[in-house]
Ligand binder design. Structure first.
Ligand code: SAH
Length: 455
């Protein structure tokens, strides 16, 4: 893992004064899990580059007891010796401490001078990929270029790896750049070997001064920097955001339950707003939405349909359909069927609703569903909700690239959902609008997303 810092501000060798490291010498500092070497591949008045090379000792790493024990070989087979992560932060803090703290004995006037710098990081692991990497650095004014790698050339469908060569360009005082790298490198990685204690909040406050509180992703940065420690992140966010303190909840697993309720309420409210009276809940599952709909007399005809007979039995008993008075019983009907086959029973409704259903179908079957819902059933309105994959990075326990539910066949970003929805609307003659569901993150959107189609 290598960090280089280059400037062409004349005389470029002033970088040596700023970093407190003589360009003619190779220096080594010892770290808890290895060492860091500092040297200058180039040092002229026109251009000067300082390189910080991390040399992590995997054995020391294990002795330190800091690598997780998620699987038995992890201590031998892991990416830690090769990637940046929090060891790079530790190396920056050790090797460049006076520069980061704004001290320069011989040329103090350099400390606050904004200079053009080019920073390269290879290899930087980014959980959440290039999109998040840009979300972290671009709002601070960095020009970001990224070289990414596909996981396996023989299997391009596996997609991109989470490792990147990154180049950042900006004109800033060096101490600001170092502070931002110090915080953002481990935030990108989001690995768990990093020890987070109470003093980490102070470090975050100190190094984040002047930029973190106005960063659009401050919440995500704080949460990841203080990862896995809900109350700490909460306290830090309170400190960083001062007046506009947001209540920050540990997002899971409690939220899973809550999010679903939020989603169902939102769908019912929308149906009321649209003034529909006959609703088909397609893929109704155990009937949670049906129950909410039954509470409102505006809904005169309610149909629940699912491919799972077992789910329907549960719905039947939860809704106590057998014991309903005749008038109520006449409002609701449960039917067994699949949304991938044309079904006359689905015709004649004002609205069709599919809450978290589409992601359970393989793409070829989804195509069949599209026709069944939009061409044959063809209600005035169709409401479709699905998870927003971009939001997954906020679920700390979710591995990168993993799905929220084991039966999910895909999870879409907002752009992917909209691309799909726009195509459907065009193809079947509907107008579509989108909205987020649940607590919205400024950058990543809501945990779930909704599309409303109007014929
Ligand atoms: N809408 C419910 C359930 C969501 S889970 C809720 O929000 O609580 C997804 C549901 O889709 C499951 O109940 C599953 O049985 C149903 N489903 C999956 N494929 C289906 C298909 N081809 N036709 C009908 N329902 C289907």
């Amino acid at each position: 893992m290598l960090l280089t810092i280059t400037t062409k501000r004349y005389p470029a060798t002033d970088l040596g004064y700023l970093l407190h490291k003589h360009p003619a010498k190779v220096q080594t500092v010892e770290l808890t899990a290895g060492s860091a070497h500092i040297f200058y591949p180039e040092a002229t008045d026109q251009s000067c580059t300082a390189a910080l090379l991390l040399d992590i000792d995997p054995v020391k790493l294990v002795r330190r007891g800091s690598s997780g024990h998620d699987f038995s070989l992890e201590q031998y087979v892991n990416d830690r010796p090769y990637v940046a992560s929090s060891f790079m932060s530790a190396a920056i803090a050790h090797a460049y401490s006076s520069a980061m703290n704004g001290r320069c004995k011989d040329k103090p006037h350099l400390v606050d001078e904004a200079m053009p710098f080019e920073v390269t990081l290879s290899v930087l692991p980014v959980k959440g990929g290039e999109y998040l990497l840009r979300q972290f650095f671009e709002p601070l004014g960095y020009e970001v270029s990224v070289q990414s790698y596909i996981l396996d050339e023989q299997f391009p469908e596996w997609g991109q790896s989470r490792y990147f060569n990154v180049t950042l360009r900006h004109t800033l005082p060096l101490k600001t750049i170092l502070s931002q790298l110090y915080i953002l490198i481990p935030v990108c990685d989001n690995d768990k070997h990093y020890f987070v204690g109470g003093h980490e909040i102070e470090k975050l406050m100190e190094k984040g001064q002047g930029w973190l509180d106005s960063h659009p992703s401050k919440e995500l940065i704080t949460r990841r920097y203080l990862r896995n420690i809900g109350p700490l992140a909460k306290e830090a966010l309170g400190l960083i955001m001062r007046d506009d303190v947001l209540p920050v909840e540990v997002k899971e697993p409690k939220e899973k339950v809550r999010l679903h309720d939020v989603r169902l309420q939102a769908v019912r409210d929308l149906l009321l707003e649209l003034g529909v009276s006959a609703v088909a809940d397609m893929g109704c599952g155990e009937g949670k939405l049906l129950r909410l709909l039954m509470e409102k007399s505006a809904f005169k005809r309610i149909l629940g349909m699912d491919v799972s007979y077992h789910a329907l039995e549960i719905a039947q008993s939860k809704l106590k359909i057998d014991r309903l008075p005749e008038q109520q019983k006449a409002r609701i009907q449960l039917i067994h069927g699949s949304l991938t086959y044309r079904d006359k029973r689905l015709s004649g409704f004002d609205a069709g609703v599919l809450v978290e259903v589409i992601e359970h179908l393989d793409l070829p079957r989804l195509q069949a569903l599209e026709k069944v819902v939009f061409e044959y059933a063809r209600p005035q309105y169709v409401i479709i909700t699905t998870v927003n994959a971009e939001y997954n990075v906020l679920y700390e326990k979710l591995e990168a690239g993993a799905f929220r539910h084991s039966d999910h066949r895909f999870e879409w970003t907002r752009a992917e959902f909209e691309e799909w929805g726009n195509r459907i609307a065009e193809q079947f003659g509907y107008i579509v609008t989108y909205r987020p569901l649940g607590e919205v993150d400024e950058v990543l959107g809501g945990p779930s997303q909704l599309a409303l189609f109007k014929r």
